[in-house]
Design a protein around this ligand. Structure first.
Ligand code: FE2
Ligand code: FE2
Length: 180
């Protein structure tokens, strides 16, 4: 790369960015597909869980950022299981509002409120973030759009219904790319 000229990068950079943007929504849906399969002891798999999370958020008239965040909150279970909240938040960071990013980044530890104590941990581990302006939003997300989203009887929206929302959010100018 160090021998590349200004002209090279003026050709290469938009070519990559256009390709990446053009493929992004499809790639995200493909990644979500990796959540299909074994329900791992729950009543539905993580793919249906993700649809249910986003469906409940949508039907509750949440803003598009949170609906898309809900849809993708567990997508990294497939490739970053030890830090899936961080990985999903990093994926969303350039495109969503600060609150949605914070909520997704911390949803794993806030989910612990429902089960950490059953495994010898501290259900109130989330309290280390009690000073955050987004504490309540994250607690609400877990209560309304995560811990309750394993219901096999709930009618989830189809992935296709979320595509326009994905396209809107992921076509925004990047908030973290200093070049653009
Ligand atoms: Fe999660
Ligand atoms: Fe989840």
């Amino acid at each position: 790369m160090k021998y590349g000229t200004k002209a090279d990068y003026e050709m290469l950079t938009p070519r990559f960015e256009d390709h990446a943007r053009g493929a992004l929504v499809n790639n995200l849906i493909t990644m979500m597909g990796m959540l299909k399969g074994d329900p791992l002891g729950y009543q539905i798999d993580r793919y249906e869980h993700s649809l249910q999370s986003a469906t409940r958020a949508f039907r509750n008239n949440e803003r598009i950022d949170l609906v898309v965040g809900a849809l993708l909150h567990d997508v990294a279970d497939a490739f970053a299981p030890e830090n899936h909240s961080d990985a999903a938040a990093a994926l969303l960071a350039p495109y969503v509002d600060e609150e949605t990013h914070w909520v997704i980044k911390h949803h794993g530890i806030f989910q612990g409120y429902y089960y950490f104590h059953h495994l010898g941990g501290d259900k109130d581990a989330r309290d280390r973030y009690s000073e955050s302006p987004y504490f309540d939003a994250c607690a609400d997300f877990c209560q309304s759009y995560d811990q309750n989203c394993f219901d096999p009887a709930y009618e989830n929206m189809a992935i296709e219904e979320f595509v326009p929302m994905l396209e809107e959010v992921f076509s925004r100018p990047s908030q973290i790319n200093g070049i653009s």
